[in-house]
Ligand binder design. Sequence first.
Ligand code: HEC
Ligand code: HEC
Ligand code: HEC
Ligand code: HEC
Ligand code: HEC
Ligand code: HEC
Length: 361
Amino acid sequence: MKRLFLFLISFSVVLVLASSGKARVSGMCSNCHTMHNSQNGQVVSGNGPHMALTKYDCVGCHSSSESSTTYMLGNSVVPVVLYTGGNAPTNYLAGGNFWWVKEGLGNTDGQVGDPKGHNVFLNEDDDFLTEAPGSAISCTNSCHIKLSQPSIIEGKYGCTGCHVYPKHHADDHPNGNYNNVVGESGGWYRYLAAAHTTGYGVEGIEDNDWEATVSASDHNEYFGKPGNLSGTGGFMSIQANTMTAYCTGCHGNFHIENDNAGGGSPWLRHPSDAVIPSSGEYANYTVYNPLAPVARPDLTALGGPSATVTPGQDMVMCLSCHRPHGTPYDDILRWDYSQCTVGDSTNCGCFVCHTNKGIFQ
Ligand code: HEC
Ligand code: HEC
Ligand code: HEC
Ligand code: HEC
Ligand code: HEC
Ligand code: HEC
């Protein structure tokens, strides 16, 4: 009874603070775990048993045919990353959805398939890419080459190729919802830890429904660190727990100093973690648009999700243009780049920052 009471209290707090952080997983152990993979003499999970005695594997638990955003497993809310219903989902969480990758297996019509997301399904290699584009590291049998095969890191692949050390039971929000726990004992932002070194992972402010509802004032916040880079990406060379550092762990060459011509216009590759100038067309991006999110230099000062973008301070980063899981668009972009035409701003995220190239403003 006391538990139920506490649950009700925390539930109403969550309702009141719609965008504040979530705690660790909640709910009955048996929602998610099975001790022997057996109930009434019947096998619980056909492809089990699974690590940590969970009832399903990562994909299994994070899939739903009914909802493309969240579903209830007993009294636990599960974020969905793979919608298994028949039609393409119209709503998806911040990371996108693997629907287009999964539907694309064996399908070459261009509407679905490998370019729509990371290939996380076992043995379903990318038809076009033999390694992570821009990878600064070429070691075989690793997640830099493919995410669809068990790798040299404890056989991790797919979901755990990126969410290397899942921490469903960690208190990952010590200061409200801002994660600043260093090391593997705490969960980093969405369990995005460095794979080869300890002490690094992604810091961010986690939206409590993973952006199932999203608006200018209701969204994740990402950490960025401006400045030139002397190496080829990754946490070790960037020395900061940013999302860009995380992506460049596998796509390092997309963020090199020399390629960025010393860090200024004219650029040779589109910059990431570059400050949005407070002049020219850029100065017009002042109201946060979830179509093209920005990274912030100081999340502690920010405190929570902010509807304001501050040119001269906030940054463009990898997830300004991409989602990590899957989208309806090639190159896992957040919008249909093929529709981006000078002067025609229909849902083209480029114009959120390059305001004079479209007709936003
Ligand atoms: C909403 C789902 C969910 C619920 C409820 C849940 N767990 Fe877990 N638990 C997981 C998942 C997923 C993992 C494996 C991945 C990980 O460790 O993050 C896990 C891992 C574990 C582990 C091994 C890793 C660790 O953190 O020690 C233990 C032990 C564990 N759970 C015990 C429990 C007990 C006891 C309960 C009930 C009080 C419980 N769990 C409730 C999802 C859940
Ligand atoms: C038995 C069900 C279950 C399994 C198995 C499971 N998860 Fe989860 N996972 C959950 C639930 C429930 C949540 C939501 C936790 C919360 O409320 O913050 C979650 C949350 C997450 C999150 C978001 C964390 C955050 O900060 O919001 C990630 C990332 C994740 N899981 C990855 C994985 C990976 C990788 C695996 C496989 C190793 C896995 N999950 C296995 C149930 C599961
Ligand atoms: C290429 C790396 C990568 C792979 C592979 C990957 N994820 Fe993620 N995942 C991320 C990132 C980055 C985020 C944070 C997205 C954001 O906040 O914008 C995320 C977010 C999540 C979330 C929170 C919901 C959301 O959309 O923000 C869950 C749950 C999750 N991942 C589970 C999984 C599962 C399950 C798999 C395997 C089917 C998987 N991930 C594969 C990088 C990855
Ligand atoms: C653990 C390594 C790893 C990490 C971390 C990683 N990627 Fe990838 N990425 C790959 C691999 C391998 C491929 C090529 C095969 C595939 O698409 O799965 C790839 C492909 C891509 C593609 C091209 C997709 C296609 O098929 O055309 C994009 C875009 C991309 N990644 C963006 C990102 C972004 C943005 C992040 C950070 C959120 C990120 N990646 C993090 C390994 C990684
Ligand atoms: C979140 C904001 C943001 C988004 C979205 C964005 N950009 Fe940029 N872009 C920038 C910033 C910041 C610079 C560097 C400005 C500077 O320092 O001169 C830049 C630079 C550029 C440049 C080089 C300009 C120069 O002066 O050398 C081009 C070209 C460009 N972007 C095209 C695009 C295209 C095409 C898209 C959509 C695919 C896009 N950008 C999306 C922020 C953004
Ligand atoms: C301004 C928007 C923008 C930003 C920021 C951005 N990308 Fe891209 N990315 C694109 C577009 C557009 C493409 C499609 C190919 C092209 O136009 O070069 C692409 C393509 C890719 C590809 C596929 C390349 C191939 O050979 O198929 C990868 C991998 C990738 N991006 C990773 C990243 C990573 C990692 C970051 C952060 C360091 C990043 N992107 C930042 C817009 C962006």
